[in-house]
Design a protein around this ligand. Sequence first.
Ligand code: ADP
Ligand code: MG
Length: 346
Amino acid sequence: MQTVSRILPVLMCLTMLSSCASDAEKAPAADPNEKNSGSVFAMDTYITVTAYGENGEKGISAATKEIERLEKLWSVTDEGSEIYAADHAGGAEISISGETAELIRFAEEMHSRTNGALDISLYPVLSAWGFTTGKYRVPDDDEIAQLLGRTGVDRIKLGDNKLTLPKDMEIDLGAVAKGCAGDKAAAALKESGVECALLDLGGNIQTVGETKPDGSKWKIGIRDPNGEGSAATLEIGEGVVITSGGYERFFEQDGEIYRHILDPKTGKPADSGLVSATAIGREGRYCDALSTSLYVLGEEGAEKLWRESGDFDMVLIADDGSVTITEGIEDSFSLTIPAELKVLRR
Ligand code: ADP
Ligand code: MG
């Protein structure tokens, strides 16, 4: 996995007919008709930030810088990152920043809330399958059992600014880092005076502002796991829509398909009957953790977590083509493919 951090300054000024709804009240005189966007390749994906209003350029620059800063902090492959340092400390205690400690603590919390479905200590197992390098192979059961012995979130020793991993352990924040980067990039946009923006972090969607400049809601597509286009659309206010799908990274061997999200209980690709899981809520890091977990948990486990939590909505697409959504998004959700739709209610 290469760490590339290149800003592609695609700054475009497009003429819009109306200003951002909240902008319009405050500063209509400045330059409200502006739409800027910029892209950066970071966290192994293309990230695009689109910002409306006069502070757009400044906001985009702040947001992309923030994402690049976080990549340097949390990359598993960048030798200068805090995660790399932790993974290569040979069992010694290392100093880490407060924000890294906070994200690890959050991942530990989500590990327990999801009954172990989210596990940042799976890295040695993911490496054995080749999902970290692209050199794919199928490890045998003995190897997997031995590698699972090196995992276990409860073995992480975490203080406010100190981290100690057992010598044989490696962690990877891949399932939550992009979501958290989205939160911090959205905050950077707001601090720059942007009130209306859309962040696309390789399919993780995060919005700033309850509406688009024309006063309409943000329309987000949910990818069809079996095709090129979208399977559904969703209209949201300020929030996040994050999908984990087996179609994102996989390989085929001897007629079997192996997908990149692992079930921590088996050390093998999650085989829960879902082909994609989308979490919709207010916070990026939470929905990122959730989307991975829901995918591992499958329909039944996901429904249980949803009933226990009460602070997110979800879209589950099963391998038989059926779609399950939760009642909170019922009125803003439309299928764009023919499918059986089930709505979960409390
Ligand atoms: P993506 O980053 O591909 O959009 P996710 O947010 O679901 O998708 O994260 C998946 C990544 O997390 C994988 O590429 C892998 O590095 C790691 N991973 C795989 N399975 C798990 C798991 N059960 N818990 C935590 N991390 C996982
Ligand atoms: Mg995730």
